[in-house]
Design a binder for this molecule. Structure first.
Ligand SMILES: Cc1cc2nc3c(=O)[nH]c(=O)nc-3n(C[C@H](O)[C@H](O)[C@H](O)COP(=O)(O)O)c2cc1C
Length: 324
């Protein structure tokens, strides 16, 4: 049974009991004491069977949109019984109901320690996506791997996406968000898994200005960052090339990630691949190898203006059940 615990002393008692049973995981005693003290102040769930404490988990707020999966411990004798999964599910429902959009977790980069690899695999199996590595977060020997999970429904995000062609606010887009967006792009399906789509993130003001100077008619002139989408037109099998399908799937994923993170964008492809071949000029600016082609530009930034959804054909005109 999973219970939400409010009493700080009870939280301390539970986390001490579980973490002390996992002593070998904590080489430095002070880090365990820090976890026990920290967990007393955060939303906290315990898994119990009668009087027997099996494990606990707590989340802490790290920003207005994000909760961090801060501490979790399951006693060894209860491993591999789905307890971590059930604790996480309760925590996830809580974060979602409170309006948070992401849960993130920091662990040690995969491939260094067997114990942490088990933990990393656990997060991946829950649906967390590998994000950044911070080399010196703890110390040089233990690079920190960040995982993130989105709590917003994909269908809500799809419904709120529209092409935005207005001005952008000056606010810089944090690199962490640009990485999340590009990650969503390269997570897209691709024909025969050929992964023909690559992305260049542009947030250096000089490079941005050089690209903007090529855009005729001028669009996205105030965007604080852009993603440049590249394709490699190779065959997936025999003479079948799926490069267009591959990059289209990647672009849509990135547009959805952009909207989900509170930014706006527009799929600028016609604009840059027309007769004047702005795409080739962008490829020169970015030093793109000749086997790649620039096919699309996605500005990323916060909208400075209101915008309206364009009208679309009626649902019943485009979607049918069972027959035309
Ligand atoms: C392949 C493709 C190329 C596009 N190229 C451009 C473009 O060059 N300039 C532009 O303003 N919008 C471009 N768009 C955006 C479409 O105009 C837009 O998606 C369409 O009008 C529907 O509006 P919505 O995105 O708000 O649903 C492109 C979209 C696609 C799928």
């Amino acid at each position: 049974m999973i219970r939400f615990i409010e009493d700080t002393n009870e939280k301390r008692k539970i986390s001490r009991q579980v973490l002390e049973s996992l002593t070998e995981w904590f080489e430095v005693d002070s880090s365990r004491e820090g976890y026990i003290e920290g967990s007393a102040g955060w939303p906290f769930w315990v898994s119990i069977d009668g009087d027997e404490i099996q494990g606990f988990l707590c989340l802490k707020e790290t920003g207005s949109k994000t909760m961090e999966h801060a501490v979790m411990g399951v006693r060894k004798e209860y491993h591999r019984q789905g307890i971590g999964r059930r604790l996480f599910s309760a925590a996830r429902d809580y974060a979602s109901q409170k309006g948070y959009e992401f849960i993130q977790v920091k662990t040690v980069k995969p491939g260094l320690y067997e114990d942490y690899d088990i933990t990393n695999d656990f997060y991946k199996s829950l649906g967390f996506k590998e994000l950044e590595v911070f080399p010196d977060y703890w110390d040089e020997a233990n690079p920190c791997q960040v995982y993130v999970m989105s709590l917003r429904s994909c269908i809500e995000t799809i419904a709120s996406r529209h092409s935005y062609r207005g001005a952008y606010l000056e606010d810089k887009v944090p690199e962490e968000d640009l990485i999340r967006i590009a990650r969503a792009g390269i997570d897209a399906p691709s024909g025969c898994n050929k992964q023909t789509t690559d992305v260049v993130i542009v947030n250096d003001p000089d490079v941005l200005n050089r690209i903007k100077a090529q855009l005729d008619p001028p669009v996205a002139q105030t965007a604080p960052s852009m993603l440049v989408v590249l394709t490699r037109r190779i065959n997936a099998y025999r003479d079948r090339c799926f490069a267009i399908q591959d990059y289209s799937a990647a672009i849509e994923n990135m547009l959805l990630a952009i909207v989900e993170l509170g930014y706006q964008s527009c799929w600028y492809e016609g604009h840059i691949t027309d007769e004047d071949r702005i795409c080739d000029k962008i490829a020169d600016i970015l030093n793109i190898p000749s086997e790649y082609e620039v096919v699309c530009l996605l500005p990323v930034g916060k909208a400075a203006e209101d915008f309206h959804a364009p009208s679309k054909r009626a649902f019943n005109e485009r979607v049918r059940f069972n027959r035309w």
